[in-house]
Design a protein. Structure first.
Length: 724
């Protein structure tokens, strides 16, 4: 800044110099200098001097508009009239300052997150002004919203975003600063980190796991990361990744992260939780379609590692239960399929099976899986397991009987059970179970009685496995043994605490609804397509367990099975008469020489039949309910009929409307004649089959065709086996 110019007036008078508005101004302002002679103003001319510059003649008032810094200096003046000069005025220093421009700052940053607190600050740096009044403007508005140097915005939202400027005015003066440059405040949603887990969220025990926290946000270049496990603070780190070495089950849990600005106070939201699961993978073995089979049936063992579906190879083993030893199957494939299929089951395939899985990346080998019992029965087992009540599902706290029935010899057989943990148990060792001969009885069933039961001989021969389920709620009334194609099948939904026990429920097959809100579902003609898992469901009582219903091929059953003569008839006299007429006709056909019987013989047989019919009629209902009615013929080999009414009920099933009869040709000749017949190789004991067409008045589901097997009884011949 140049030196101020001093003007002096000498002589008779002294000039005075004043400055308006003040001697200290900002560039751009206007300054007025006034030179006056006190004695008189008339006739004077004024000489002005600035610093050491030569004098200039000007008016008494000197105005400088829009001053510049160079206009500053020491000014003085004097007056002259008729050759007389006044003394110079006292010099006045005019100081020109550059007009200040405020600076706006935003803390903590120009880009903040919703909900944070923001402080706007206006700073003005200028000489000559000690006190300012601040004015705040948003966008291009001329309205002032604050007069403080700092203005605070609390819990900001997107509406607070925008351009902010400020300006200062001298508190005790008229000077103004320039308007600051605009500073933009941006408000955005608080960033939410994303957590990723490598190599996977479900890992094996002993593996290394890396947790990574990614935060995407403008305005923050450096974060510090905080990790939380199950909601509790775990660790804080400058590193974005956090590594867990050799994990165990204790490392499993829900992980979240949060970021805080390294050089600031801003924080991110907490991330969504990502669950880390740590386990030792377990192979699980299942069987399709079912565990107990007949020779020739296909079966598949399925080995799976749940939640770890790829990269596995599988091996299959048989287990020696007594020794706990696993033997690798010789044809066990080590492929990735996970299935071991036997296309045609044989007796040798009976056993306890297990599997194991292994993989290379990462290297891991599972323990042996759960065991599965695979049971293959012969086409014609010598023994049958009879269940009473005759169904696969049973109520708890009810009585249950399982009997091994061998037509030739019922002794020497006992009921046994196999458990999932590989234990073989006798009926008598089970809670509330007792074994009497070949019959196993439960006085009061409990859910732990559920299992696979079979008949076992003293020599260890095993036959006829049956799956029994004991349930406390709703059960499905389904057949114990496989049904044959063409048979009639009725399924009912039962509940012990209602009267009647039948419920109106929905019926399902393999998870699909097949009939809704009905007391029973009926399949009039069973086919292989009806094979599957069935269950019922009541809206308030609940859902029954699932039962597998197996369907046997009719041709296969006819060719492989040798069933004894079973005939279904109504418990009435008319059907008995038809049976007797059929036997008379059949007896005539059995004559080896081809001779026909005499009319008297036929008449005699008819008389016998009528007599038997009268006897049976006199016996009445008592004979039918007792389960036995005998019809005799006194010809060479007597004909007799045993009519069995199997009327058994468990409190749920209705009384049977069918009478089952075994009709055999029985010899009544003397022992001598028997001996002669034996020596002379008597007639063949082969069975004869015929078809009876019965006209009945029953409703849907009753059979109109009955097959009868008629056998001649040989003295040394053993009785045929039930179910063959």
């Amino acid at each position: 800044m140049s030196d101020a110019v001093t003007l002096r007036v000498s002589g008779l008078a002294k000039a005075t110099l004043t400055v308006e508005p003040q001697s200290s101004v900002f560039t751009g302002d206007s300054v007025t200098l006034r030179c006056a002679v006190i004695q008189s103003q008339n006739g004077w001319e004024f000489l002005w001097r600035k610093d050491s510059n030569p004098e200039s003649t000007e008016a008494a008032t000197k105005t400088i508009n829009r001053v510049k810094v160079s206009d500053g200096g020491e000014y003085s003046c004097r007056a002259r009239r008729r050759g007389y000069y006044t003394d110079y005025s006292e010099p006045v220093v005019v100081t020109i300052y550059k007009r200040p421009k405020p600076t706006v700052t935003i803390k903590p940053a120009q880009h903040v997150f919703r909900g944070e607190t923001v402080t706007l600050r206006c700073d003005i740096y200028s000489e000559g002004v000690t006190s300012w009044r601040y004015s705040w403007y948003k966008e291009d508005s001329t309205s002032v919203f604050s007069y403080r140097q700092e203005h605070t915005l609390r819990s900001v939202t997107e509406s607070d975003a925008g351009k902010y400027t400020c300006r200062g005015s001298e508190t005790e003066g008229s000077r103004w600063s320039e308007k600051s440059d605009a500073v933009t405040l941006r408000v955005s949603e608080r960033p939410k980190p994303t957590v990723t887990i490598k190599p996977a969220q479900h890992v094996f025990r002993g593996e290394t796991v890396t947790l990574r926290c990614d935060i995407y946000s403008e305005g923050v270049t450096s974060w510090r990361y905080s990790w939380y496990k199950d909601g509790s603070f775990s660790v804080s780190s400058d590193k974005q990744e956090h590594t867990l070495w050799s994990v165990t089950e204790s490392d499993a849990g829900k992980y979240t992260c949060r970021g805080s600005e390294t050089e600031g106070s801003r924080r991110s939201q907490k991330s969504d939780a990502v669950t880390l699961r740590v386990s030792a993978p377990r192979a699980v073995l299942s069987v399709s379609p079912l565990n107990w089979l007949t020779e020739g049936d296909p079966v598949t063992l399925i080995c799976e590692v749940h939640s770890f579906s790829t990269g596995w190879t599988f091996s299959w083993f048989t287990l020696t239960v007594s020794a706990g030893h696993y033997d690798l199957l010789s044809d066990s494939s080590r492929g990735a399929g996970g299935n071991y299929t036997v296309s045609s089951a044989a007796l040798k395939h009976t056993g306890v099976y297990a599997c194991r899985a292994e993989r290379e990346k990462p290297v891991y080998k599972t323990q042996h899986s759960n065991t599965q019992l695979l049971w293959v029965s012969g086409v014609c087992p010598p023994v049958s397991l009879i269940v009473s009540p005759s169904r696969t599902q049973h109520f708890t706290s009810a009585s249950l009987s399982l009997s091994c029935e061998d037509q030739s010899n019922s002794t020497g057989w006992r009921v046994r059970r196999y458990t999932d943990d590989g234990r073989l148990e006798d009926c008598s060792s089970l809670r509330r179970g007792s074994q009497t001969g070949s019959t196993c009885t439960f006085s009061s069933t409990i859910t732990s009685h559920t299992g696979v039961y079979w008949c076992e001989s003293e020599s260890g021969e095993k036959h006829h496995p049956v799956n029994i389920t004991v349930h406390s709620g709703v059960i499905l009334e389904s057949p114990v043994h496989p049904v044959t194609e063409g048979d009639h099948l009725i399924l009912r939904c039962l509940y012990r605490h209602t009267t009647p026990a039948n419920l109106r429920a929905d019926f399902y097959k393999d998870g699909s609804l097949i009939q809704n809100q009905t007391t029973e579902t009926t399949i009039t003609t069973v086919s292989k397509s009806h094979e599957g898992f069935y269950y019922c469901k009541h809206p308030t009582r609940g859902e029954s367990p699932k039962s597998w219903i197996s369907v046997r091929d009719k041709t296969s059953t006819d060719s492989r099975s040798y069933k004894p003569m079973i005939i279904g008839v109504t418990a009435g006299l008319t059907v008995t008469f038809l049976i007797i007429v059929f036997l008379v006709l059949l007896w005539r056909c059995r004559n080896k020489g081809g001779r026909s019987q005499s009319p008297s013989s036929v008449s005699q047989q008819q008389n016998k039949s009528q007599t038997s019919e009268q006897n049976q009629s006199e016996a009445g209902d008592k004979t039918l309910l007792s389960g036995t009615a005998h019809i005799y013929d006194s010809t060479d080999a007597a004909i007799y009929a045993t009519v069995d009414n199997d009327i058994s009920t468990d409190g749920v099933s209705e009384l049977s409307e069918l009478t089952y009869a075994e009709i055999e040709l029985k010899s009544t000749k003397k022992q001598k004649k028997k001996k002669e017949n034996k020596e002379n190789k008597p007639e063949s004991c082969e069975s004869f089959y015929s078809e009876l067409t019965l006209q009945t008045d029953r409703g849907a589901g009753s059979s109109e065709v009955t097959y009868a097997q008629v056998k001649k009884k040989c003295p040394e011949e053993k009785r045929s086996v039930p179910g063959c």
